[in-house]
Design a protein around this ligand. Sequence first.
Ligand code: AP5
Length: 213
Amino acid sequence: MRVVLLGPPGAGKGTHAARVAGEMSVPMVASGDLFREHQKNDTSLGRLARSYMERGVLVPDQITIDMVMDWIVKNENKGGFLLDGFPRTLTQASALEESLGAGSGIDRVLYIDVPIKVLIRRLSGRQVCGSCQSIYHLEFSPVKSIGECDNCGGGVYQREDDKKESVLRRLEVYRTETEPVIEYYRNLKILVDVDGDNDVKDVEMTLMEAIKS
Ligand code: AP5
């Protein structure tokens, strides 16, 4: 089964992606995490991506498409995959379709939607572990020991692009670039709407039901 997880910045894609992929027994990848991994390793791709990510704009399509397609090729024959945050432009959606063949090649698109006010609150309080990428929130899901990841003890930090100006820019980019992708998949009748403005456990349950339906 091939599944795409879509939604605005802060909708909860990262919070739920690993568990949903686990339930489906398929590998998952988040395009944002791939870029952050390149930055951590100080690769030329990482340095290039940083200059876009810090400003809250999308990394150019061809760079993103090549990176994600490379991951897909390496993870072929594992019963499917879950993509978090890709595709997020119509050009990326077409490239994915071309490479997978027949129809969109995607079985289901889970679209998590959350009102803008809630997104801003979530992003401004988010903390992420620099080692294992676990996600926390200062108010909604704080770490037990200040500055330390509950899972691995690594340091937690605020993402550069979670600062106010970047957040507003990301929401605007989402509206202009990614909302058309939602409509594209809705027209193909493979999109399932998920209300993300609920308790984490309730959202998770809705996502699980959506992949089983
Ligand atoms: P990326 O890393 O993909 O960021 P994003 O899409 O903006 O999504 P986020 O990671 O911000 O949010 P999320 O939905 O995962 O929310 P989370 O679960 O953390 O992309 C970053 C950048 O990389 C882009 O701006 C771009 O530059 C580049 N990029 C990536 N992909 C690209 C692509 N395809 N093309 C071009 N460029 C690309 O949750 C947020 C917070 O809310 C957390 O603190 C969490 O604890 C909390 N929370 C979650 N759910 C709930 C809930 N139900 N109740 C209360 N709190 C909750």
